[in-house]
Design a protein around this ligand. Structure first.
Ligand code: MN
Length: 379
C-alpha cells in the first residue's frame, strides 16, 4: 500500500510532537512531506533529520539548513506547503490565527485536514466549512472532545444533541474568591492534561470549553441549543451524543492525545498505533458528572452568546480572550479579569454578519488593539 503523505503545521508544539510519536509508530503508513514550526529551529531540525521531509518551514530569524530539504519561511512558506497537491492530509496543529489562511489554502487544493487549531473554526467556521463542502474536503477533528463525537456519530440525522465533557480545570471546586485571586502558577496546574500555556489558562476559565462549543457547532452543524456541556472531572468520557431514540453513545479512554490524533490522520481506518495501557472500568471505579457553574465560570456563557450571535462576534470573543490571557500570564491582570475584559469587548463590538476573511482579520486586529488599551488602563 502506498504511504499517506502528510504535512504538519506546528510540528514542534504539543500536538505536533505527539503526532510525530504516532507517525513514528506507523512509519510504514505515513511519509512526512513537510514540517512547519515556529521559532524552535533546534527541535525542528532534529525532527527533520529523523523524518526527512521534503520541505521545512520555520519562522525564526536564525538560519536553518537540513540536507535534502527545501527550507521555507513564514506565512509564504506555509502557503507553499498547503498548496502542494502531493499532500494526502495536512495536520494543522499550530495555535493562533496563523493557522487559518494555510488551512483555507489546503481546502481549496482539495487536501483533507486534521484540525487541531481552534482559531480556524472559531474565527471563520462558516467560510471554512462551506469551502470544505464545496471542495469535498474532510475536516477531521483532533481535539479529544470533537474526536469523541466524531467517533460516536454513525447516523448524524438521528442525533438529537451533542454532549461535550469538561474536566472543570484546577478551580472546579474552588470558591469564586479563590478563582478571582488565582495565581498564574495555580491556573497553569491542570489536573488532567498537559498542554500549552494559553490553552491551559483557557481550561481554568472554561473559555476553552466555550471555544469547543463553537467548533462543535461548525464541525457537526448542530444548533447551540443542542450542544450541552457537562463537567466530568476524571476525563475518561471524552464526549457523547444522544440519539433521538434516547440512546447515548460516548467515547471513553484514558486521557491521551495520541488516540484522537491517530484517529484523525488514519481515518477512516482505525489502527493499533500507540496503545496506552489496557482500560479497566474497575480500576477507574467511578465517573462523576455535574452541571457547569456559570457563575464561577461565566466564559462559557459568553461563548454561547458569541456563537448564537454569529458573524464577527466569535472573532471578538477569541481575540479579546487571547490578549487577556497573555496579560494574565504576564501578571498584569487577575484571572477573573479575563472574563470582565472579554465581556466588555463583546458588548461594544459592532458585529459584521457573513464577514470576508479580510474583514475577519481586520476585526481581529482592531479588537486586539482595543483590548490591549483596556488592559493598559486597568494597570
Ligand atoms: Mn479539548
Amino acid at each position: 500500500m502506498e504511504k499517506k503523505k502528510i504535512s504538519i503545521i506546528g510540528s514542534t508544539g504539543s500536538i505536533g510532537t505527539q503526532a510525530l510519536e504516532v507517525i513514528e509508530k506507523l512509519k510504514d503508513k505515513f511519509e512526512i512531506l513537510a514540517l512547519a514550526g515556529g521559532s524552535n529551529t533546534e527541535l525542528l531540525k532534529k525532527q527533520a533529520e529523523k523524518f526527512k521531509p521534503k520541505y521545512i518551514c520555520h519562522n525564526s530569524t536564525s538560519q536553518l539548513t537540513v540536507s535534502g530539504a527545501k527550507i521555507l519561511h513564514g506565512s509564504d512558506g506555509l502557503e507553499e506547503i498547503c498548496s502542494n497537491k502531493e499532500n494526502d492530509i495536512i495536520l494543522v496543529a499550530c495555535s493562533g490565527k496563523i493557522g487559518l489562511k494555510p488551512t483555507l489554502t489546503a481546502i481549496k487544493n482539495n487536501i483533507n485536514i486534521a484540525l487541531a487549531n481552534k482559531e480556524t473554526l472559531v474565527m471563520a467556521g462558516d467560510i471554512v466549512m462551506s469551502e470544505a463542502r464545496k471542495h469535498g474536503v474532510k475536516i477531521l477533528p483532533v481535539d479529544s472532545e470533537h474526536s469523541a463525537i466524531h467517533q460516536c456519530i454513525k447516523d448524524i440525522n438521528f442525533v438529537d444533541k451533542l454532549i461535550i465533557t469538561a474536566s472543570g480545570g484546577p478551580f472546579l471546586h474552588k470558591t469564586i474568591d479563590d478563582i478571582k485571586n488565582a495565581t498564574v502558577e495555580e491556573a497553569l496546574h491542570h489536573p488532567r492534561w498537559n498542554m500549552g500555556k494559553k490553552i491551559t489558562v483557557d481550561s481554568a476559565t472554561l473559555m476553552n470549553k466555550g471555544l469547543e462549543i463553537i467548533e462543535a457547532h461548525h464541525l457537526f452543524g448542530f444548533d447551540y441549543d443542542d450542544i450541552e456541556v457537562v463537567i466530568h472531572p476524571q476525563s475518561i468520557v471524552h464526549s457523547a451524543v444522544e440519539y433521538k431514540d434516547g440512546s447515548v453513545i460516548a467515547q471513553l479512554g484514558l486521557p491521551s492525545m495520541h488516540i484522537p490524533i491517530q484517529y484523525a490522520i488514519t481515518y477512516p481506518e482505525r489502527l493499533e498505533g500507540i496503545k496506552s495501557k489496557s482500560f479497566s472500568f474497575a480500576e477507574i471505579a467511578r465517573l462523576d458528572f455535574e452541571k457547569p457553574d456559570f457563575e464561577k465560570f461565566p466564559c462559557i456563557k459568553l461563548a454561547y452568546h458569541a456563537g448564537r450571535t454569529g458573524g464577527t462576534s466569535t472573532v471578538c470573543l477569541n481575540a479579546a480572550n487571547e490578549e487577556a490571557v497573555f496579560a494574565f500570564l504576564d501578571g498584569k491582570i487577575k484571572l477573573y479579569d479575563i472574563y470582565t475584559i472579554v465581556e466588555k469587548m463583546m458588548s461594544s463590538h459592532k458585529v459584521i454578519q457573513n464577514p470576508t476573511i479580510d474583514e475577519i482579520f481586520s476585526v481581529d486586529a482592531a479588537i486586539r488593539e482595543q483590548t490591549k488599551n483596556i488592559i493598559k488602563q486597568m494597570i
